[in-house]
Design a protein around this ligand. Sequence first.
Ligand SMILES: [Zn+2]
Length: 208
Amino acid sequence: MKIILKTLLLIALTGLLSYLTACAPKSQQDCGFVQNVYGERISWKGKVPVVMKLHESVPKEYYSSIAEAAEKWNQALGKTVILVDTEDIQKGPTQSFKDTQNVVYFYNSWEAEKPTEQARTSVYWIGDEIKEADIRVNAKNFKFYGMTLQDKGPSKVSIEALLIHEMGHVLGLKHKDVDQSVMATYLASQSDRVSIAATDKKSLTCEY
Ligand SMILES: [Zn+2]
């Protein structure tokens, strides 16, 4: 009798466990994307194109390079997933915050302990869906060159290459240090890493 009861209890528990498992979101292959605590890829899902606005701290001579960075992703994917609005310039303090707008900022001050960080992208998501992303460029420790500023100079960084990488983060991608990915952690100065690699395209097609 005792044994039968135990068995029944075990069956009941097993039933409950499988029910709970069914309720939890299914873990996915990362496909190059950042994943949430359930192992789901985070992305904008169907809500593209993502529109990036520019803060007034961004020098005008970089507008075309930043717009081109977005265009490189769109061309690679054959679909418009990200756009740069070069008209509606955002005013106010140079401070990235959660305000439902996706904004690019040029910071003239940067944490003293992180002088080698070229830029930082903050991505906010709920569940598996990205709601907002901001890009901060470290204009304190770095000098840049772009389409209208051809002077590469020693130790200057390609603004287009840098923004391609950061926009990859905006779209949900994580670092990838193989296969000539534009998501490689480090971008050398004077490096024109402006071709989206096959591996990056493949990653994006998992979500877009
Ligand atoms: Zn990065």
